[in-house]
Design a protein around this ligand. Structure first.
Ligand code: G3H
Ligand code: ZN
Length: 286
């Protein structure tokens, strides 16, 4: 099946009142596991590569991107490629040639007007290249390299009136919103502001994106999708599954040396985690 675009998956999900699952990939095992999970759920999926993952891969986007494209082309479900949490203009400009149909440009750490100016420039460029672009307004805390932030602190959440102006003035295609989730949570204990999600959904004419979804319990995710969230970003949940499974395997098999043995176990655990989350989101049938 050929690669599809993130924009078409999000549009379909919005029409179906479901959400597109978007998983962060770091290794080839992540790529294979997410596609296996989506195939098991018979649902489309977004593979996303964050700027931090590119840094981990010695600053090179292409090796992981090419592997993801090759795996996606052989998948039995629609798969799209998204470049996530991009701050570097140099990385942004690699998106098209590397096979991505969409980017999330992250200038949310900047004051409002600076975020707007940087995002508008990124959106102009992205649209000139045919890319779908997501940006962030408000503070979804827990990002690598940034100071800790309380998702419930006053001023952390996205303001609907400001968000309306931000979307209109920047021209972005989707907005990541701060509604109570936090990146990199290892417990599923986040509580979301569902009234705010509904207000944002009513105020904006673009789809809403939930970040930091690993820490969000199933019933909160279901309610968030019902309230208008159309793309759900998940990263840490895969790493929790992979690392836990490998840790258990190596504890039970201290003599193990062949990396295929424990990577298989880690990959299977990630595939099952992805399948489960996709089913919770009620993904549109592939
Ligand atoms: O953009 C990526 C997501 O927001 C991942 O967050 O690792 O907390 O699931 P998470
Ligand atoms: Zn995120």
């Amino acid at each position: 099946m050929p690669l599809v675009t993130t924009g078409e998956l999000v549009t379909r999900a919005t029409a179906a009142h479901s959400a597109v699952p978007a998983f962060n990939i770091i290794t080839l095992e992540h790529v294979e596991a997410v596609i296996a999970g989506a195939e098991a759920a018979r649902a489309p999926v977004v593979l996303q590569v964050s700027e931090n993952a590119v840094k981990f891969r010695y600053g090179r986007l292409l090796p992981l991107a090419r592997a993801a494209v090759a795996a996606a082309e052989r998948a039995s479900v629609p798969v799209a490629l998204h470049l996530d949490h991009v701050q570097s203009d140099d990385l942004l400009r690699q998106a098209v040639t590397a096979g991505f149909s969409s980017v999330m440009y992250d200038a949310a750490r900047l004051p409002y007007l600076d975020n707007l100016a940087a995002t508008r420039a990124a959106a102009d460029w992205a649209h000139s290249q045919g890319l779908w672009i997501e940006a962030e307004l408000g503070q979804v805390g827990g990002k690598t390299g940034e100071p800790p932030l309380d998702a419930h602190a006053p001023g952390a959440r996205t303001d609907p009136v400001e968000a309306g102006a931000f979307v209109a003035d920047s021209g972005v295609d989707a907005l990541a919103v701060a509604v109570g989730s936090t990146h990199a949570m290892t417990t599923r204990t986040a509580t979301l502001d569902h009234a705010l999600i509904k207000r944002l959904s009513a105020a904006l004419d673009v789809p809403l994106v939930l970040h930091g979804s690993s820490g969000v319990p199933d019933d909160e995710l279901t309610a968030a999708v019902a309230g208008g969230i159309a793309k759900v970003n998940v990263g840490t949940a895969l790493n929790l599954a992979m690392t836990g499974a490998i840790r258990d395997f190596l504890a039970a098999h201290p003599e193990a040396v062949d990396s295929r043995k424990y990577l298989s176990v880690g990959r299977e655990a990630m595939a099952e985690a992805a399948r489960r989350i996709i089913q919770v989101l009620g993904g549109t049938s592939a």
